[in-house]
Design a protein around this ligand. Structure first.
Ligand SMILES: Cc1ncc(COP(=O)(O)O)c(C=O)c1O
Length: 337
């Protein structure tokens, strides 16, 4: 029996959708990572019960850290963006986490750097607070080791193509790292929105809304570019078509990054049908009802969509591009100095 709800929420489902296409379905992805990170910090004496953990978050990490703090008797302080919605805000409040929401900004870079500046300001006032640094501290890789073990057991350890959205890079990076450490043959496919510096698409704007949780306008230390074999960039409309098809065809209700990963995984499976294509769904579809699912009638047929194969980021084009990344280093603007 689980000792706390966070253990149940953190544990993903492995679902075979169709032959060699499978889904690693999280209700809220970062719970497993936040739990292990906090446990590690306690075990190593970096923090003690009753201390305050702080970080900036645009969404699911806020909830994950709040649950981990509830589990281990810590205080939680989140500097959130406006993407933290009414439901999450209310949950955080009742859970006892302190949320500071920043003013809305249409500029993602400004939004991200303002949140970091605010965290620094709070740390000057409270030097005893511990900054979790989810985007940079590889303590966030640890929780995925147990997930990698389960994937190996349940997929029979054949060759895998692992597909997932890249935000901090912890989930895809850690799963590939721990699976390869166990000698599983893994091809790692990262999924990005246009306009993100992480794999060099910052020069291509997506006129629709960005895909929550993936991509970045600033460099992240937790992205290990050398782990990725292939990168797909998808525009909002293509991700929408993926999310709607995933619900319609397979009854999996998941968010936009999941819809984008599903499209990329379908494509990769078509390229190499002998490998199992396992894609990550990071959250449920509830947050996306008004922006995505009510528009289901206008969703393109996924069979009509195909990526443009490019040989460099200078050729990237909406609505969907694919590049053989081949473990290349990150572009200059995506590397921490
Ligand atoms: C909905 C969603 N999908 C995917 C990701 C990417 O996960 P990671 O930060 O592990 O790269 C995030 C991260 O915030 C997210 O919120």
């Amino acid at each position: 029996m689980d000792e706390h709800i966070s253990e149940a929420i953190g544990r993903p489902d492995l679902i075979c959708l169709d032959g060699s296409l499978a889904c690693l379905r999280f209700e809220t992805m970062k719970v497993v990572s936040a739990l292990a990170a906090v446990r590690h910090l306690l075990d190593t004496g970096t923090v003690r019960r009753g201390d305050t953990l702080i970080d900036s978050s645009s969404g699911i990490y806020a909830y994950a850290l709040a649950l981990a703090c509830h589990r281990y008797g810590m205080h939680c302080h989140i500097v959130g963006s406006t993407t933290v919605d009414h439901t999450l805000r209310t949950q955080l409040d009742v859970l006892g986490a302190h949320l500071e929401q920043m003013q809305p900004s249409t500029d993602l870079k400004l939004d991200q750097s303002r949140r970091v500046a605010r965290v620094r300001e709070i740390l000057r006032e409270h030097p005893d607070y511990h900054w979790m640094r989810q985007y940079h501290d590889d303590v966030h890789y640890l929780g995925y080791e147990a997930v990698a073990e389960r994937i190996q057991e349940e997929t029979g350890a054949g060759s895998l193509t692992l597909v997932g959205g890249v935000g901090s890079g912890a989930s895809t990076g850690a799963l590939a790292h721990y699976l390869r450490k166990r000698s599983v043959d893994v091809r790692l496919v990262g999924v990005q929105p246009f306009g993100s510096v992480t794999f060099g698409s910052d020069h291509v704007a997506d006129p629709e809304i960005i895909i929550a949780g993936i991509g970045s306008s600033i460099p992240f230390g937790n992205v290990r570019h050398d782990l990725y074999d292939t990168v797909h960039w998808l525009a909002f409309d293509a991700a929408l078509a993926g999310s709607v098809d995933l619900l319609r065809r397979h009854a999996v209700f998941a968010g936009l990054s999941s819809g984008a990963a599903y499209l990329a995984a379908r494509w990769e499976r078509g390229e190499e049908p002998e490998r199992t294509a396992l894609f990550i769904t990071a959250d449920t579809g509830h947050r996306y009802v008004d922006t995505v699912f009510v528009r289901h009638a206008e969703a393109a047929r996924v069979e009509d969509l195909a990526p443009r194969q490019v040989s460099g980021t200078d050729e990237l084009a909406l609505p969907w591009s694919r590049l053989n990344w081949n473990g290349s280093p990150g572009p200059g603007a995506a590397v921490l100095r």
